[in-house]
Design a binder for this molecule. Structure first.
Ligand SMILES: Nc1ncnc2c1ncn2[C@@H]1O[C@H](COP(=O)(O)OP(=O)(O)OP(=O)(O)O)[C@@H](O)[C@H]1O
Ligand SMILES: [Mg+2]
Length: 330
């Protein structure tokens, strides 16, 4: 989406009008009473040096408040826990969609999950294998952190489970396949293909289906989570928050991820991406640069606008990088 002049937030009135999330007086962690308008239905990059306050605004403020409101609206039980939930230090936030925030990178994955199980794949495979006539097929997707089992020799399944074959392959065989190899193997199963395609689209075609979640890099875990969301989301009005989803991605895969992010925007969602990768920043709709420094030297919005505008901003440490990328004069 392109943001036109008349859609811009008006600084004169402090009223961004509809189509924006209006944050007023954000003071979480190092944030210096930040007022900022974030366009909705857009891909918005939060930039700035380490410690400048990006996560404090994205997760500590936006996500925390959206999550709090969401829980309040859906569950009386959650409402009882409400007093214990942390309330972000902010005066007001208007126009906030419910958050579907993806985990921050440093989140700890469950020790019981794997590439296959965090997506809908495990369910699909379970259906596929039980269709072969065996009702009690167990797909555990347990990580290989324990001693190899004497029956399955470390492939984690009992003998009966391993007897079930789909086109000559057992569940253990399938979990030993990479996403790309499994895509080829299951080419006649449209629903499985769809799940595997999405994993390939976020650039993790090289991972084994059975690879434990505990053995994924932060960026891989984040992108698999994104793939899972992509399978679910058709049309939404949600706020997604991602912390450096490009970490570890190959250049070609950055483009694919970019296409996925824009796809979620086209579906009506708002994407906030904390990102250093200039291809994502330059290819987005809006940039909010936080800083100028770290800690007490940061916590302010140094520049906000389209990528081209921020590339020209004085006093922004991101501007020269963005300008070089956009090949415009700063
Ligand atoms: N829970 C916390 N309590 C107090 N201060 C915090 C807390 N979390 C972060 N800070 C401080 O707030 C400042 C901004 O941190 P924040 O995590 O928002 O930075 P960031 O821009 O996301 O950095 P990075 O790129 O390294 O993730 C830092 O100086 C940090 O030390
Ligand atoms: Mg951060």
């Amino acid at each position: 989406m392109a943001i036109t002049e008349d859609q811009r937030p008006s600084r004169a009135t402090g009223d961004g009008g509809p189509g924006f999330v209006h944050v007023r007086g954000a003071r979480e962690h190092n944030l210096k009473n930040v007022d900022v308008d974030i366009p909705r239905d857009a891909l918005v990059a939060f930039t700035g040096i380490s410690g400048s306050g990006k996560s404090s605004l994205a997760f500590g403020t936006l996500y925390a408040e959206a999550q709090r409101r969401y829980l309040e609206s859906v569950s009386p039980y959650a409402r009882r826990l409400f007093d214990q939930m942390s309330v972000p230090d902010v005066d007001t936030i208007h126009g906030l969609p419910p958050a579907v925030a993806l985990q921050q990178q440093r989140g700890s994955p469950s020790t019981r999950s794997s590439v296959g199980s965090v997506t809908t794949l495990s369910n699909l495979l379970r259906i596929l294998y039980s269709r072969e006539g065996f009702v009690e097929v167990e797909l555990l997707f347990l990580p290989t952190v324990y001693a190899p089992c004497p029956v399955c020799h470390g492939s984690r399944y009992n003998a009966k489970t391993l007897e079930v074959h789909y086109r000559g392959k057992s569940v253990a065989d399938v979990l030993g396949m990479t996403v790309a190899a499994a895509r080829e193997f299951f080419r006649d199963e449209p629903r499985v293909c769809r799940a595997l395609d999405v994993l390939q689209e976020v650039g993790v075609g090289y991972l084994r289906l059975g690879q434990p979640a505990t053995e994924l890099s932060g960026g891989e875990a984040q992108r698999i989570k994104l793939a899972t969301e992509l399978q679910r989301i058709q049309r939404g009005d949600a706020l997604y928050i991602l912390d450096e989803p490009t970490t570890g991605l190959h250049a070609a895969d950055v483009e694919r991820l970019m296409a996925q992010l824009h796809g979620l925007v086209d579906a009506g969602n708002t994407m906030v991406v904390v990102e250093h990768e200039m291809r994502i920043v330059a290819g987005g709709d809006w940039v909010i640069d936080i800083g100028p420094g770290a800690g007490e030297e940061g916590g302010r919005v140094v520049a906000a606008g389209t990528p081209t505008e921020v590339a020209r901003a004085k006093g922004s440490r991101t501007a020269p990088y963005l300008a070089r990328f956009l090949s415009v004069t700063a």
